[in-house]
Design a protein around this ligand. Structure first.
Ligand SMILES: O=P(O)(O)OC[C@H]1O[C@](O)(CO)[C@@H](O)[C@@H]1O
Length: 425
């Protein structure tokens, strides 16, 4: 992927990063890179994610999905990193598979979905690294019941990806379900390029090996300097802007098929960096659509934002027909792609003209290799940013309080745990 930070420099933007500051920051990037490589070498928790291009086993994934290759529908039951990597790949790469990502417990949505799909033609992939996530297990129990009601043998149409212990592992063992192992030492939000995110892509007919080849390119590009490593350039610049006041990062891909990528980025960035009072808030946006929505705030609102503009350099195009409509001759004879590119560049210029920092990220096209590289590079950018912030990049303790309290509310046990008492109050 190509990263251009020119419009984030202090000569262009405020907040902006002075070039001499970027030079000094590169010394810290080099030290951080050494720490990252040491963590990767030791397969340390979290850093192991950056080894996935080497440790992921495409053949095992292909074998696991082969029995379900005739399925018309995929129901991926998982939440957070157990959904978003797979959804990003499938939404970006398309294909004939009717893929649904059940990653919430909205009863109306679940009921409508289960009534809409043919469960006899559906493969269910239940994904949970811990194997205990309430939303995932609740949804699985509902899906299993719906399959039984429909006279479908759920054990014939379900496979799981999970860790070594937990309810999901027990279920797989009890019913002899095909089970893939969640990658050891890899937090969910970093597991797109593994048995967590890749089965959905394989079921959709995409080339898992090509996705991993792109990720391997990203691994090879991890030099020790932000000046020749796109991932580090992005992670270091986003960090440098945050500490100078750009506390919000609007991820704005100019492709409908990358909208879910912005959602995946939001979890990766927020759950990894949001610690100890630090962290940059990801905002999900979409170009060109949000030029008619959030751009007003980005350009004329508080000077607290970085806008990350992402596009593919090549794409299929579609011509705009000639028109008799007055004043639209600037469109006639052109194409929707021309218009999208013009809007991308005009938005970038508009932000620069107003001094709002932006970073341009370009990938060659939206295919397996480019997606594998994009996901890997943003994971590496996030790991680097975590080193620069000095936070625990790979944990997410702040999400546990609410989980415990919710369980307490539901269990209704007397003498509710203190947290639940607080919720009840
Ligand atoms: O894969 P699991 O263990 O079900 O976790 C799902 C998601 O929940 C979290 O653990 C947060 O609660 C995320 O980090 C993770 O991606």
């Amino acid at each position: 992927m190509h990263v251009d930070v020119g419009n984030a420099l202090a000569v262009e933007a405020s907040p902006g990063v002075p070039e001499d500051a970027l030079e000094r920051l590169d010394d810290r990037v080099r030290d951080a890179h050494e720490h990252i490589v040491a963590g990767m070498t030791r397969e340390e928790f979290g850093y192991a994610a950056l080894n996935l291009p080497k440790t992921a086993d495409p053949a095992a994934i292909e074998r696991a999905v082969e029995p379900f290759a005739d399925s018309e529908v995929l129901l991926n039951v998982g939440i957070g990193g157990s959904a978003l990597g797979a959804a990003t790949l499938v939404d970006a790469l398309g294909g004939d598979l009717d893929a649904h990502f059940l990653d919430n417990v909205d009863p109306e949505h679940v009921t409508a979905l289960l009534e809409d799909i043919d469960l006899s033609q559906t493969v269910v992939h239940v994904v949970s690294r811990s194997g205990t996530t309430a939303e995932t297990l609740a949804n699985f129990l509902v899906v299993r019941d719906a399959m039984e009601q429909a006279g479908v043998d759920w054990t014939e149409r379900t496979f799981v990806t999970t860790g070594p212990e937990g309810n999901l592992r027990d279920l797989a063992d009890e019913h002899d379900l095909p089970a893939l192992d969640a990658p050891e030492g890899v937090p969910g939000r970093f597991s797109a390029l593994s048995t967590v995110g890749l089965p959905a892509a394989a079921l959709a007919g995409h080339d898992v090996e090509a996705i991993l080849a792109g990720a391997r390119e990203g691994r090879a590009a991890l030099t020790g300097s932000l000046f020749d490593c796109p991932a580090y350039a992005y992670g270091a610049t986003a960090y440098a802007l945050d500490v100078r006041g750009a506390g919000i990062n609007a991820m704005m891909p100019y492709a409908e098929s990358l909208e879910t990528f912005a959602e995946w980025f939001a979890q990766l960035w927020a759950e990894s960096l949001g610690k100890d009072g630090l962290g940059q808030t990801p905002a999900r946006a979409l170009g060109a659509t949000d030029q008619h929505s959030q751009l007003q705030l980005y350009r004329a609102g508080p000077r607290d934002k970085l806008v990350t503009l992402v596009r593919a350099r090549e794409r299929e195009d579609r011509g705009i027909p000639d028109t008799e409509l007055e004043g639209l001759d600037y469109l006639a004879g052109g194409s929707l792609g021309d218009l999208l590119d013009a809007e991308f560049e005009a938005t970038e210029a508009s932000l620069a003209e107003s001094g709002v920092p932006s970073v341009r990220v370009e990938i060659p096209r939206i295919d397996e290799r480019s997606l594998g590289r994009l996901l890997y590079d943003f994971e590496a950018a996030c790991v680097l940013a975590g080193e620069l912030y000095g936070v625990e990049t790979f944990t997410q303790p702040a999400v546990e309080w609410g989980k415990d309290a919710a369980r307490g509310l539901l269990s209704g046990e007397r003498g509710l745990p203190e947290k639940t008492e607080l919720v009840v109050e």
